[in-house]
Design a protein around this ligand. Sequence first.
Ligand code: FPP
Length: 246
Amino acid sequence: MEERLPQHIAVIMDGNGRWAKERGLPRSEGHLAGVDAVRALVRECRRKGIAYVTVYAFSKENWQRPETEVNFLFELFLRFIRQELPDLMKEDIRLAFIGDKKDLPFTVRQALDYALKKTAANRSMVFTLAISYSGREEILEAARRAIAAGVSPEQLDETCFRRFLYAPDMPDPDLVVRTSGEERLSNFLLFQSAYAEFYFSPVLWPDFGPDELKKALDSYAGRKRRFGRTSEQIHRQLATEGKGYE
Ligand code: FPP
């Protein structure tokens, strides 16, 4: 069977704190190890030819964490963006961002804007950082922007609405992965995940390496995606296209 790859994989990276706790280390060490896992994920997805990778790095709700942890995370994001830029260029990867940019500390926004511009023409893969992101807020903000743009209720269909999302050209995720055994969407890509397949891994984020990614992709490859259609309709379509899942 030819392996069916998702075009877009979106990841809820969970379990850095528990990973550190298990080792008697401070939470910050878990986040540091989490950065290495992000780097490895991007590299592996690029190698496999996955076109879009999105990671949930910081939710709107995460602002409620202790100030020292929040500051540490933003230091990490800043360092990550600066350090990864040469590799993103070398690997022809475009960096993208979804979330509420105005919440970001100035230095992070500056480094991010620079990296977004610098990688804008890269074509091999799109790597999207979700920072200060909330799916509900994205939907509300899109509604506000549509109203402000003078879109009438009759004009507002799905295609039109999508133009007002944070990343209008980003295809919907085919596969959403969450680590650490939690099985929730936690306000991530609410609009875009309508037909996503979900994969929940018991592994804590820092331990989610290429082998774990392969398990997620193998699971995805074995799914029958129906998009609300009956299995009859799917089989008929596959028969006309001359291919099948099994
Ligand atoms: C969840 O673990 C992780 C986060 C809220 C932060 C995600 C950040 C990283 C993986 C590191 C940096 C990322 C980038 C893109 C540079 P948790 O702290 O909620 O863990 P716990 O549930 O075990 O406490």
